[in-house]
Design a binder for this molecule. Structure first.
Ligand SMILES: NC(=O)c1ccc[n+]([C@@H]2O[C@H](COP(=O)([O-])OP(=O)(O)OC[C@H]3O[C@@H](n4cnc5c(N)ncnc54)[C@H](O)[C@@H]3O)[C@@H](O)[C@H]2O)c1
Length: 339
């Protein structure tokens, strides 16, 4: 934590596709943080991003790490680089906000978590479904008992991830990325399912590949059994023709149903006793990256307990890896099999 600091000085490392959303999100919090340095091994990308936001360009990662005017690193590099870069940053005394997936293996996650504990710096798991207002409120609604006892969760993450995403070859090479679309995209909804549904006990999964352009799995169905007894299903695909227009997340309870997204609005409770049989709790579209960066700043600057710890990133990854093991071995896998 860096309490009392007026302005967190941030280095944006990795200036590819998702870095633009982060640059925009930090601009929305200019009273508390500023991206002062950009770095990418493709220096032209770093220069383009830096020009757009009035930042400096660093010529190496070491230069970023030894820069006394950098307090924190927003790490937007591909997942196979996260572990070494995160550990080096923590050892250099920087806080780190690291993109999902935290890493490719649980051992890599453990090494990062140990480095964070040694350093006393914040290692934040930059997964917006852990910090989005609709997600956090959905968990509160379930905890309040408003939809009764949780029966099950149904999540859908479906779209066609073509366009510029096809120019990120690491993404579609499971040997580099550590998995296919379930790890790259489906993990967002695994995070949401776990935030609302709690700990997962077992996973079953089938994977498939439909699009020849994508390597590894581009489609997966995952069935989860949660520790509290309720069940969950995830349909996760990057091969669908368009974004799924329905509610991407539904929690079924013995007294009612809760939906996120789709035609009903941001966060809606459905109940027979309500006028129109539903109540819209949050209607506006979430600024997912703005909310995520805002929470990161709350954690680093104000000492607010993190909702997106590295341990939650490890647990999301453990769930995905259990699903992959299920698909490989054709059986249901207990999460305890992956310590
Ligand atoms: N939250 C989301 O919705 C979301 C969406 C897309 C990507 N992501 C995550 O963000 C990360 C980056 O994804 P992306 O789509 O932006 O990938 P990308 O390939 O577009 O960008 C990665 C950038 O890192 C640079 N890079 C490579 N090696 C580097 C190094 N050693 N040091 C510094 N820079 C280096 C590349 O040149 C590239 O510009 C991944 O972890 C991905 O899973 C999250």
């Amino acid at each position: 934590m860096t309490r009392g600091m007026a302005l967190l000085r941030v280095a944006l490392v990795g200036c590819g596709l998702i870095s633009e959303a982060h640059a925009r999100a930090y601009a929305g919090h200019h009273d508390r943080a500023r991206i002062t340095v950009c770095f990418d091994t493709d220096l032209s990308r770093a220069a383009e991003r830096a020009d757009a936001i009035g930042a400096r360009v660093a010529s190496s990662y070491e230069e970023v790490l030894t820069d006394p005017e950098v307090d924190s690193i927003e790490l937007c590099t591909p997942p196979h680089l996260h572990t070494d870069q995160v550990i080096a940053a923590l050892e250099a005394g920087k806080h780190v906000s690291c993109q999902k997936p935290l890493a490719r293996t649980l051992g890599e996650c453990d090494a990062m978590i140990e480095a964070a504990e040694r350093s006393g710096r914040v290692l934040f798991y930059a997964e917006m479904y852990r910090t989005m207002g609709v997600a956090v409120r959905a968990r509160e609604v379930v905890e309040s008992g408003r939809i009764g006892k949780l029966v099950g969760i149904q999540a859908t993450y479906a779209h066609w991830q073509g366009g510029p995403y096809l120019d990120t070859p690491w993404r579609y090479n499971p040997k580099v990325a550590g998995g296919g679309q379930l790890l790259d995209g489906g993990i967002h909804h695994i995070a949401l399912m776990r935030l609302v549904g709690g700990d997962v006990e077992a996973a079953s999964c089938f994977t498939n590949r439909i699009r020849p352009e994508l390597g590894g799995d581009d489609t997966a169905t995952v069935i989860l059994r949660f520790a509290e007894g309720h069940l969950g299903t995830l349909m996760s695909t990057q091969a669908a023709g368009t974004w799924f227009p329905g509610p991407g997340f539904v929690a079924f309870g013995t007294e009612g149903i809760l939906t996120i997204g789709g035609p009903y609005g941001g966060l809606v409770v459905h109940h027979d006793d309500l006028p129109d049989r539903r109540e819209v709790l949050i209607s506006e579209r979430a600024d997912a990256f703005g909310e995520m960066v805002g929470h990161f700043l709350d954690v680093v600057l104000d000492g607010v307990p993190s909702r997106a710890t590295a341990q939650t990133g490890r647990e999301d990854l453990r769930t995905v890896l259990a699903a992959y093991r299920s698909a490989d071995e054709g059986r249901s896998v207990l999460l305890s099999e992956l310590p």
